[in-house]
Design a protein around this ligand. Sequence first.
Ligand code: E4P
Length: 219
Amino acid sequence: MKFFIDTANLKEIQEAYELGVLDGVTTNPSLMAKEGIKGKNNIFKHYANICEIVKDGDVSAEVIATTYEEMIKEGEELADLHENIVVKVPMIKDGIRAIKYFYDKDIRTNCTLVFSAGQALLAAKAGASYVSPFVGRLDDVSTDGLQLIEQIVDIYSNYDFDTEVLAASVRHPMHLIKCAELGADVVTCPLSVITSLLNHPLTDSGLAKFLSDYKKSQE
Ligand code: E4P
């Protein structure tokens, strides 16, 4: 299972990389805006900086365009930035056409804003490298986001699609654990969700006891 972090914050990406378990980064226009990155040149430079930190990991860079022709143009520019850029394309009709175009050109894509099994099937048919069902945002509207992950993993397992299931909008450790149980290929979440996996009170008390016993034995 791959761990991606969902942020455009370079400090957090560096911290995740240093932890040694980071496989990639996803961003979106809201996350870029949160970091105050403005203007196409700065945004592109920021993507290149992220790629440098993540080294071999994939970095999803989202197109702003919503028409086929514009998505192709923007996606090709993004893909030219670095070999690890994955062009993030929204799940709309022109997006599906664009994903097919990119597939034929060997440009990898992440189909984003996926909220149904039918959308995930279309993304796989078009040749998306990743499909991003949004777990947390479905939970937000009283719909079981994890059930969608289960459904997509199940459907894909019937066929030979190369599309990887990237569980997105993963908001807490139980989302992540459940996605692992369900066989999602990738999760993307804030760094805090990954670091929270470290925590267990029995680990803390166990370590404290080991250290105090060691200290006593040396007196
Ligand atoms: C996916 O790639 C999105 O960037 C992201 O996971 C959305 O998460 P949110 O619903 O917590 O904003």
